[in-house]
Each structure stands twice: as structure tokens, then as C-alpha cells.
Design a protein around this ligand. Structure first.
Ligand code: DGL
Length: 272
């Protein structure tokens, strides 16, 4: 029997677990190696060049560990690095993230859509191109949600400060008539219950993770790499931060228990 093909997934931190969760649901037999760069989180306030360097090193590491398809489960890293990674690793299939402006523009009835992402994502050419291609005639109200990613990284998914940040950003959007909210950062699906509480049942909240997982399955299928059969336990989460801290947060983030290990940056290299 040939070995099942491993997927490499990375994010600045635990946000990409919202994508991993969907991948596990849709492709339970596929081995996965996840890397959260919690040592450097948040990425969204860093220069693009620096995010590109991190993304390049992480990609190289995941490939060296046997991953054959890479999911950039981070909108910010996708904005800063996806194009370059595809050029530098032409033999590797990549799946990246872009804010789901297209489905939002198709579905909105008020013509006003809220987009929550990071500073870096809004600055990137990828976002500009998505807006230009899909958002003609739609008003996009954007917010980089300052301070939200660190709250989520700390496991504060329902507390007062997380609620304050979200209300501060969403209330003015509601006043301007949004009927759709795009989650353009993979950390934000973890606060969907709170977002829904604030925006109410009439406003649609778009989490791109299920569509991204479908794209991963499609690419695996195309390559003849899609694993079938029972769920595999060949899934490992690596963090450049504190493994114990991430392990402790996992029950609030994932429906299954997964092992977590630490990996360190040594200069611009990653070492187990
Ligand atoms: N999860 C990331 C994203 O999708 C980035 C959060 C951050 O590190 O700023 O954009």
C-alpha cells in the first residue's frame, strides 16, 4: 500500500485551525502537519516582506517533513506570500485564502457588506484584485479589528474585551446597513457565536473554511492523492509558541483531541 499524501497547513497562530477543522471533517483519512507561528503572531501588523520570509521558511519546513500540498490557512500570509510561494515552489500545489467578497457580493440584498480582516490583508494586491473583480456596485465597509487576534490567541472567545472590540467595529457597519459580514481572517470563525449575537439573525456571516477545504479536496483528487478510508490519527500540530498553552485551548477550538509539539526559530531557520 502506498503511503497517504500529507497536507501541510500553516497560519500565524491558531487561526488556521478553523481551516484544519473543515479539512478533518471533509478528508478525515488525509494526514496533516499543521504549523502555527505563535512566536510571531500577529502577522497582520507586520511588514509584507517579513511575512513573506516567515511563510517561505515554514513552507520549506513543511515540505521537508513530507507535506506535498500546502494550505496557507492565513489571509495575511496569502496576501504577502502566496504568489511568490507558487513561483518559488512550482511543483507544489498551494491553496490560499482570500476574503470571500465574491459570495458576499452575490448574496447581499442591501448592497452593503462588512469585511473583517487584518491591516496587511487590506493592503495586499490580492484584496485589491478581489474587490475590483467581484465588488462592483457593492459598498464594502472594512475593519482591521485592532486587538482581536491577540484576544483569540489568548483563548478569549467570549469575554468582555473581545465583545467590546467586535461591537466597536460592527455597530457602525450595522448602522450603515450591512446584511453580510465576511470573515477575512482565519482567527475570526472562532468568535462567530459572538459576532452573530452582535449582528443578529438577519445578517449573514461568511466563514470561507468549508469552501477552502472543498478546494483542497478537489486538488488532492486531481493529483490522485485523496486518501479514503477511516480517519487517520496521523495529524500533528506544531507551534513556535508554547505547546502546553495551545494544547489547553484546543477543546474550545476543535472537536477532537490532537497532539501538539513545539518547534523553534533559530535565526531564520525552524528546528524541532
Ligand atoms: N489568521 C490570520 C489571517 O487569516 C492572521 C492573523 C494575524 O496574525 O494577524 O489573516
Amino acid at each position: 500500500m502506498t503511503e497517504a499524501v500529507k497536507i501541510g497547513i500553516f497560519d500565524s497562530g491558531l487561526g488556521g485551525l478553523s481551516v484544519l477543522r473543515e479539512i478533518r471533517k471533509q478528508m478525515p483519512a488525509q494526514p496533516v502537519l499543521y504549523l502555527g507561528d505563535q512566536f510571531h503572531v500577529p502577522y497582520g501588523v507586520r511588514p509584507m516582506e517579513e511575512i513573506l520570509q516567515f511563510s517561505r521558511t515554514i513552507t520549506r519546513y513543511l515540505l521537508a517533513q513530507g507535506a506535498q500540498l500546502i494550505v496557507v490557512a492565513c489571509n495575511t500570509a496569502s496576501a504577502a506570500a502566496l504568489r511568490t510561494l507558487r513561483q518559488e515552489f512550482p511543483q507544489v500545489p498551494f491553496v490560499g485564502m482570500e476574503p470571500a467578497v465574491k459570495p458576499a457580493a452575490e448574496q447581499t440584498r442591501t448592497g452593503v457588506v462588512g469585511v473583517l480582516a487584518t491591516y496587511a490583508t487590506f493592503q495586499g494586491a490580492l484584496y485589491a484584485s478581489v474587490v475590483e473583480r467581484f465588488a462592483q456596485g457593492v459598498t464594502l465597509l472594512t475593519s482591521p479589528c485592532p486587538g482581536l487576534v491577540p484576544q483569540i490567541e489568548a483563548g478569549n472567545l467570549t469575554g468582555a474585551e473581545t465583545r467590546r472590540i467586535l461591537k466597536q467595529e460592527l455597530d457602525p457597519m450595522l448602522a450603515q446597513g450591512i446584511d453580510t459580514v465576511v470573515l477575512g481572517c482565519t482567527h475570526y470563525p472562532f468568535v462567530i457565536p459572538l459576532i452573530k449575537e452582535i449582528v443578529g439573525p438577519e445578517v449573514r456571516v461568511i466563514d470561507p473554511a468549508p469552501a477552502v477545504a472543498r478546494q483542497v479536496a478537489h486538488l488532492l483528487q486531481e493529483q490522485g492523492w485523496l486518501a479514503s478510508g477511516p480517519a487517520t490519527d496521523e495529524v500533528l500540530l506544531l507551534t513556535t509558541g508554547e505547546a502546553a498553552a495551545l494544547q489547553q485551548l484546543l477543546p474550545a477550538l476543535l472537536p477532537e483531541k490532537l497532539p501538539v509539539a513545539h518547534i523553534s526559530w533559530h535565526g531564520d531557520q525552524l528546528k524541532a
